[in-house]
Design a protein around this ligand. Sequence first.
Ligand code: AMP
Ligand code: MN
Ligand code: MN
Length: 342
Amino acid sequence: MSSAPGKVPAIAADEWARAVDAIQRADEVCLACHVCPDGDALGSMLAFAQALRVLGKAFTASFGDAFVVPRILRFLPGLDLLTDPADFPAEPDVMITFDAASSDRLGTLAANAGKAGELIVMDHHASNTRFGTTHLVDPGAAATAVVAEHLIDLLGVPLTHDIALDLYVGLVTDTGSFKYRSTTPEVHALAQRLMATGIRPERVAREVWDRAPFGYLPVLAAALGRARLEPDVANGLGLVWTTVTRADRAAHDLPYDLLEGVIDVVRRTDEAEVAVVFKEDDEGAWQVSTRSKGRIDVGSACVALGGGGHRMAAGFTLHGEVEPAVERLRDLLTENEVAARP
Ligand code: AMP
Ligand code: MN
Ligand code: MN
């Protein structure tokens, strides 16, 4: 039973109560979201940081590994509230994690989480490993932002425009602009509450999806030009995959963090149930994005490759060659066909 039936039903009332109590009693609350944060991770965390500021509660908010906010998220309210992860308390009294399915997704801040007195894990991944002491984890929630909004509400903090904008970015990015199956009536009801604070959706869309420097076009062309369709893979449901190399980006001076939209073009392919894009980052590792139309569980496939995610959108990091990883993926996709949903 949820404290607000129907709203975030997967989380028990005593988990909410425990989280609220820990936050209210803490002298400082430490917040961390997953590495290479996306709109949901950073949006949920910054919304919560702003709520703590309203409450007059001391806090630290950060994310591990490379402490660089992706370009497309540099319009989020509250970026000034972030602290360098090097200054994150080593043994936080109360710590909350956002949108991280497992502790390793916190990168360097996983060590701090391991030493937290109370570790509140806020997330919506089915693959969540429940690595905390309190779990606000709802696999049915469209975004961590949905869970964050409810906790902010329970703490009695009203939705300001800036808090709502951060939550809205989490909601709109994780639902693919309200296009994915996760877009329930409750999602639209939350969007309505957020928008009522004065949010301009066309401005959010322009920042997140509808802009890029000219160099994006030739890089996208290179990636699309070498896309491969393998119709027999995944029990005949089909795979389409491609790569975006460091060399592609260097030729047009394009930063890595502008590649997020490439998968959304590749996944259009009618002949393929699964789409995969290998993106080479500045360190030479491959960040791999996978998408399914529903018949293949790419989340399980990516977990087997050391990554994680959801059934229809998942990823993993590859240190090594692309071809052997594709070979492994072909097998995993075959093994992870799921019964068609109604
Ligand atoms: P992306 O393709 O980067 O949009 O990621 C899709 C989903 O896959 C995200 O919601 C993440 O939960 C998950 N994901 C992506 N990369 C990784 C990774 N390296 N390790 C674990 N999960 C990942
Ligand atoms: Mn995320
Ligand atoms: Mn998310």
